[in-house]
Design a protein around this ligand. Structure first.
Ligand SMILES: *[C@@H]1O[C@H](CO)[C@@H](O)[C@H](O)[C@H]1NC(C)=O
Ligand SMILES: *[C@@H]1O[C@H](CO)[C@@H](O)[C@H](O)[C@H]1NC(C)=O
Ligand SMILES: *[C@@H]1O[C@H](CO)[C@@H](O)[C@H](O)[C@H]1NC(C)=O
Length: 401
């Protein structure tokens, strides 16, 4: 007992004097990472993670140092972990292999994924480079005629079943597909991230939320070839604020209800954000074959700069024009508020609420909306079909009264 105490005392002293590596820090260089960006450093990350995840400490740190560029193959970091908190600190650069061949025989939907890890905090002013160009060049979106075109390309960062996590101060570029996915998680905050991919890169959503609850996304700059942020089936209590979106497809709830799924998306607050040159702004889109509900949604304090469809609900969403006939089903959309929305539209219809005849939209409220055309002097239209609701101070009007 006494020897044990002495040993602990010595170890403690050594640690506090910096003579000993701290027991809670797992630096990928200590696990053999080269950090030169050309040789595969996956093993080092795997071992650093394994030790961090099994550390007998309250919190553990995986450290990706600033002076390195680390080439990683597809990697899954699994929990549950022993520490209550794991800090994954990326100060350096992590790059994907540019070649889709790297994924042969592997799950091509993911590059770096975390699964079942509670209390995960990723931050550190580092960069994740997805090198998506080869994937984009063979995507079915742009090459539907190619037999070997790809529908599914890797997501840079997946957080699956990661409760109580955070992602902050990270820069993510050129994802082969979605940049960040949060799924099956409860309580996850994203703050101060920057996401950038070219405007013409296919399906490169910035952040996609799926089957998740109590999610906060704040203070971020997102520009890509698809939705800046999209919200999928079965999500609730989502708070999105202070986002600079563009280029891209805007912030979307949907598309929901594909293949007849029963969906539930509720309590979504999208506020204090700007959209620049995006194809949509505040968007809700659902498939006619879907069922279930979208309800209690607030779009508030938004500024649009040259946006094609600033406010849009498309309850008849179809990815092939004219291919979906009118149906008697639909996802019910109710209690949606649009409030304090300003700026310019680049198309002549600034407000489109296209709801279904059989499942009309209800409880829609519009207040203090002022949209003008980017072309001075040009009049704008509002177009609402099968919608029940009220509007006060809406230009262009009148849609709901
Ligand atoms: C996820 O972690 C919890 C503990 O946090 C554990 O009980 C559960 O079995 C894990 N699930 C999977 C699929 O690993
Ligand atoms: C991708 O495609 C574009 C145009 O189709 C072409 O100019 C470019 O060289 C291709 N890039 C790569 C890396 O294959
Ligand atoms: C509404 O949706 C239907 C079905 O997709 C379409 O035919 C119609 O043109 C749309 N109306 C407007 C005004 O966009």
């Amino acid at each position: 007992m006494k020897e044990m105490f002495t040993l602990l005392l010595i170890l403690g002293l050594a640690t506090s004097l910096g003579a000993w590596p701290a027991f809670d820090e797992f630096n990928v260089f200590d696990y053999g990472a080269s950090g030169v960006g050309r040789t595969d450093d996956s093993k080092a990350f795997k071992y650093a993670w394994r030790n961090a995840c099994n550390a007998e400490t309250h919190s553990a740190k995986v450290i990706v140092p600033e002076e390195g560029t680390f080439l990683l193959k597809p990697l899954m970091f699994h929990g549950p972990c022993k520490p209550q908190f794991i800090h994954f600190i990326i100060s350096g650069t992590i790059v994907a292999s540019g070649s889709p061949k790297t994924w042969d025989g592997l799950d091509s939907s993911q590059w770096i994924a975390f699964k079942n890890v509670t209390g995960l905090n990723m931050y550190g002013s580092g960069l994740l480079e997805g090198h998506g160009i080869h994937w984009w060049n063979q995507s079915c979106r742009y090459h539907p005629d190619r037999e070997d075109c790809t529908k599914l390309a890797p997501t840079v960062l997946k957080f699956i079943s990661c409760n109580g996590g955070t992602l902050s101060n990270i820069y993510i570029v050129n994802s082969p597909q979605t940049h960040v996915l949060i799924s099956d998680s409860k309580g996850f905050n994203v703050d101060n991230v920057m996401i950038q991919s070219p405007q013409d890169s296919p399906n490169t959503d910035g952040i996609h939320i799926h089957s998740s609850h109590i999610i906060k996304i704040t203070n971020s700059i997102i520009g890509s070839g698809d939705d800046c942020i999209s919200i999928g089936d079965y999500s609730s209590n989502i708070d999105i604020s202070n986002i600079e979106c563009g280029p891209g497809h805007g912030i979307s709830i949907g598309s929901l209800g594909k293949d007849g799924r029963i969906v539930l998306v509720e309590n979504v607050h999208i506020r204090d954000s700007t959209f620049k040159g995006t194809t949509n702004g505040a968007r809700i889109k659902t498939w006619q074959v879907g069922r279930g509900n979208i309800r209690h949604v607030i779009f508030e304090n938004l500024v649009f700069d040259s946006v094609d469809n600033p406010i849009i609900i498309d309850q008849n969403y179809c990815d092939v024009r004219g291919a979906c006939k009118e149906k008697k089903s639909g996802v019910k959309i109710s209690d949606v508020t649009y409030k304090n929305i300003y700026g310019t539209s680049s198309s002549s219809v600034a407000i489109t609420l296209n709801c279904s005849r059989s499942v009309p939209c209800s409880g829609i409220s519009m207040e203090n909306i002022n949209l003008a055309s980017v072309t001075p002097g040009k009049f704008l239209l509002a177009n609402c079909i099968n919608v029940q609701g009220t509007e006060v101070g809406v230009n262009p009007g009148s849609c709901l009264n």
